[in-house]
Design a binder for this molecule. Sequence first.
Ligand SMILES: *Cc1c(COP(=O)(O)O)cnc(C)c1O
Length: 374
Amino acid sequence: MNDPAERYPVARPSLSQLEERYVVDALRSGWISSQGPYLAEFEHRFAQRCAAGQAVATSNGTVALHLVLAAAGIGPGDEVIVPALTYVATANAVAYCGARAVCVDVRRETWCVDPAAVRAAIGPRTRAVIAVDLYGHPADYPALRELCRRHGLLLVADAAESFGATLDGRPTGSLADATTFSFFGNKVITSGEGGCVTTCDPTLAQRMRLLRNQGMDPDRRYYFPVLGYNYRMTNLCAALLCAQLDRADEIIARREWVIAAYEEQLADEPKLSAQPVAPGVRRGPWMAAFLVGARADATSRDALARVLDRLGVQTRPFFVPIPDLPAHHDPTVDRPVADDLSRRGINLPTYVELTESAVKTVVERVRAALGAIG
Ligand SMILES: *Cc1c(COP(=O)(O)O)cnc(C)c1O
């Protein structure tokens, strides 16, 4: 039965006795720091699952992005093209290198970076493109790969939100030169904090392993030929992730079910539109995402969120466009689609333990809230 006072958070990790068992095993073994058997097992299994040559585990998804760019030698004077609508980490990683994040608009059909806008933004300083699989939807990698190949640019996929997604049957992790993942507490699989880079380029992988470990010469202890970082993952986190990988198919299936249930049950709501899905795409089931109101409606989403909060349903607004953030401020960026999605987008509770009747209750509350805002 659903208690009318029951509150539904927007996200919740799915942690079973398996996670507990592996973490306790790691703890009792004494391997709690950044060496241990779960780390090697996780990297091996994650690379396999992503159909990538190698996986390099990191302490979170933000440093995974920085590690790729640092390993590729991106620095001051360089430009990296990023979508205007993404989590701040995508642009921050570029700034950490002393390079400039050049924002371009996203497509209305995918909510991901527009390859035509990327092409128009390529200049003499451009070194790389970071595509972002926003709200689990893979970016247009065939077009981006071709564009980057022609211009000699590194293509990075920020797949923090798209673990479990495929494009024409190929998993994220295998669609770009390097792909980064996040295992933050609200992501599809999690270790609390954690991240990873997958790549099929052994030279890039080797460089990332060097920089991840403070730049220490693998053949000479305490000799550091380059400036590196401590971006290592712990064996405790890797233990948690091995359990999450054991359960990944079940976690993905359940989250997909939740998103499909919202989309079916809310399909007749004129004020809501579901996330579009491009041909050939299976989304990673991160968070159910809808747009509220008609194009350019700047107030309904926030009104809906306020009423839903009162009714016990936690939601999330979409990201604020990167050029509107003080650290990346740029009023000259033309990004009408990103602005519109940012103002109208909302995420609904998405997690494994959400039962059929709980989804129904959330849907009823969404309908009531839409009625209340008129
Ligand atoms: C979550 C996320 C990241 C990285 O997040 P961390 O919290 O550092 O693990 C990067 N990019 C996007 C798009 C994300 O959603």
